[in-house]
Design a binder for this molecule. Structure first.
Ligand code: HAH
Length: 340
C-alpha cells in the first residue's frame, strides 16, 4: 500500500540545483518503493554492480540483482549511477591470479578488466549515465608520502597504471558516460590534496574523467563545514563536476563505540537538524559545480551504518525516520528552497 505523503518531494524542491539520489538494493526497492519514487530522482546500486557481485568467476556473470535495480530506474525514469568498476574491496581473487595461484601478468589483468568493463558498462549503457570508475585508491596514511596510493593487488601487479586504464576502458565502452573518481575522507585536507593531485595528473595525461565523487560519510561533528567548503572549492578548481555520492550523517563520532541506544537522543536529532541545514545551504552555494547529491540509503529503517563501524548498532543518518516519515532535518533541508 502506498503512503499518502503530505510533504513536498525533495527532487522537485531541488530540481534547479542537483539530482537527489539514494543507494538501493533489491530489498529496499520493495520496502522503500513509494518513498524512493516520491523523493528521489537518482539511484545507485549499494553492492549489486560491484565486481564480486557481477562477475564472481571468470566465466560467470550474475546480473540478476543489478538488473532489478536497472529495471526500477528505467520504470521510474530515474537517473542511475554505476558503482563501481575498480576497487580494492568486493573484488574476486580470480581477477588477480594466474593458473598456478600466483599473481597474474599485468597484460592479463588489463585484458580481464577491459572485458569486464565492456560487458558491464555495455549492458547498462541505456540507463547508467555515470560510473564511479575508480573507488578509493588514495591512501589514508598521512605519514608516508611515498605511498600516496593505497596498497592493493591492483598496485602489486600494475602499479598506478591501472587507474588510467580503467578510465580508458570505460570511455571506450560508453563514450557518453560521465566518468568519476570516488573517495571517502574527501574533506580531510591531506587526503583532499592527494585526490586533487591524482585527478589533476589524469587530466594532464588526457585521460577521460569528468567528475569527482565525494562519498560524504559524515557525522554530527566531522568534518567541519570549513573543511567541506575547502574541499568543494579545491575540487571545483579541476573544472570537473562534483557529486556527493554516499552522503550520510552518523549520529556517532567515528571513534565512538557506544552501543546503548535504541533511539537517537533529542540532542543528537537537534544537532542533526542543524547539520543537515548547514550542509545543504553550503551545497546550494556551490550548485553550479554540484550535479547530484546521493544519500547512501533513503530512510533510517535501513543503513549500512547499522553494521559499520560497530556491528549491530543502530544508526539514524538520514532525512526520513525508521517509519520513513520526514524528520525535522527534512523540513530544514526543504525550507532552504521553499519560497517564503
Ligand atoms: C564506501 N566505502 C563504499 O564506496 C561503498 O561501496 C560501500 O557500500 C560503503 C561505503 C566507505 C568506507 C569503507 O567501506 C571502509 C572504511 C572507510 C570508508
Amino acid at each position: 500500500m502506498d503512503l499518502l505523503r503530505a510533504e513536498a518531494p525533495l527532487k522537485a524542491l531541488y530540481k534547479d540545483a542537483f539530482h537527489i539520489g539514494a543507494a538501493v538494493n533489491p530489498r529496499t526497492i520493495e520496502s522503500q518503493r513509494s518513498l524512493l519514487a516520491y523523493h528521489y530522482n537518482s539511484i545507485t546500486a549499494e553492492n549489486e554492480m560491484k565486481f564480486s557481485s557481477l562477475h564472481p568467476q571468470e566465466d560467470q556473470y550474475t546480473f540478476e540483482d543489478a538488473d532489478v535495480i536497472a529495471a526500477f530506474a528505467r520504470e521510474q525514469g530515474m537517473a542511475l549511477r554505476g558503482h563501481t568498476l575498480v576497487w580494492h574491496n568486493q573484488t574476486p581473487d580470480w581477477l588477480f591470479e594466474n593458473e598456478k595461484g600466483g599473481l597474474a601478468e599485468k597484460e592479463v589483468l588489463f585484458a580481464r578488466l577491459r572485458s569486464h568493463i565492456q560487458t558491464v558498462v555495455g549492458r547498462y549503457k541505456d540507463v547508467v549515465y555515470c560510473w564511479d570508475v575508480v573507488n578509493e585508491v588514495i591512501s589514508d596514511d598521512e605519514n608516508d608520502d611515498n605511498s600516496f596510493l593505497r596498497p592493493s593487488k591492483w598496485m602489486d601487479i600494475a602499479g598506478e597504471s591501472f587507474i588510467a586504464k580503467a578510465f580508458e576502458f570505460a570511455h571506450e565502452a560508453d563514450p557518453q558516460a560521465l566518468l568519476f573518481y570516488n573517495d571517502y575522507n574527501e574533506s580531510n585536507p591531506h587526503k583532499r590534496e592527494r585526490i586533487y593531485r591524482l585527478v589533476r595528473s589524469l587530466l594532464d595525461q588526457g585521460i577521460p574523467i569528468h567528475g569527482v565523487g565525494l562519498q560524504a560519510h559524515w557525522n554530527l561533528y566531522d568534518p567541519s563545514l570549513d573543511e567541506m567548503r575547502s574541499a568543494i572549492e579545491r575540487y571545483a578548481q579541476l573544472g570537473l563536476q562534483i557529486q556527493l555520492t554516499e552522503l550520510d550523517v552518523s549520529v556517532f563520532r567515528f571513534e565512538d563505540r557506544r552501543k546503548d541506544l535504541v533511539r537517537p537522543t533529542k540532542e543528537m536529532l537537534e544537532l542533526q537538524d542543524e547539520r543537515y541545514e548547514s550542509i545543504f545551504r553550503l551545497l546550494l552555494n556551490y550548485r553550479e559545480h554540484i550535479s547530484a547529491v546521493t544519500f547512501w540509503g533513503a530512510a533510517d529503517d535501513y543503513t549500512w551504518l547499522d553494521d559499520f563501524p560497530v556491528r549491530g548498532r543502530k544508526n539514524w543518518p538520514f532525512l526520513f525516520d525508521e517509519l520513513q516519515r520526514p524528520k525535522e532535518a527534512y523540513q530544514r533541508v526543504a525550507q532552504l528552497v521553499t519560497p517564503k
